[in-house]
Design a protein around this ligand. Structure first.
Ligand SMILES: [Zn+2]
Length: 190
């Protein structure tokens, strides 16, 4: 039987649709590329903290639909379905459906207008295991080896988005930086 939308699904997702922090949940060849990149950084003395690797597709689905219904961008009755997530978005009245979706949006801590005017994406390189969020720290100048084994000097920058020398190192391992999202690297720079 379907379970109606609401906070039940926030709890459910926190058990059944968690994001992964494990490098092993990434898909190849990105997994091996990331591992090699991180190893080079660590060998050079940097600390690397992984926050998200693979994002659950079920979690993304719950984010996406609850956001759209809560924002009035999609009628509960028209929400897409997903195998393995037996959720009933439509409570029979638009007001009730919207209120329950709003509870999920706040339960998940989703950014809403004016902070974000786009629904959380249904497709992301995280969902296919081809993106990673990492924080890389060091002091002074990091002497790190690129894929070819050449040592490159990379000064630390507070804003990683501006550290093009570091981006080039990642690129040599086919791990590409997106310059608008500080921790985010992926197989194609998206
Ligand atoms: Zn990311």
């Amino acid at each position: 039987m379907a379970e109606k939308s609401g906070t039940y699904w926030v709890t459910w997702a926190n058990t059944h649709a968690k994001n992964s922090h494990s490098l092993d949940d990434l898909s190849e060849p990105f997994k091996s590329n990331v591992k090699a990149f991180i190893k080079a950084l660590k060998d050079a003395g940097a600390t690397v903290t992984v926050s998200t690797t693979k994002r659950s597709d079920k979690r993304a689905y719950l984010f996406h639909c609850s956001w759209k219904i809560a924002q009035g961008k999609c009628k509960a009755a028209d929400a897409e379905k997903m195998t393995g997530v037996n959720i009933q978005w439509d409570h029979g009245s638009d007001t009730d459906s919207k209120k329950s979706a709003e509870k999920m949006v706040s339960g998940f801590g989703l950014a809403v207008p004016p902070r974000s005017s786009n629904p959380p994406a249904l497709t992301s390189n995280h969902i296919s295991g081809k993106a990673i969020d990492i924080t890389i720290k060091w002091t002074g100048i990091l002497k790190v080896k690129n894929k070819k084994g050449a040592e490159v000097s990379v000064p630390y920058k507070q804003n990683v988005n501006q550290n093009t020398a570091l981006h080039s190192i990642g690129e040599s391992y086919s791990v590409k930086k997106i310059k608008t999202d500080a921790p985010h690297w992926s197989y194609n720079g998206r």
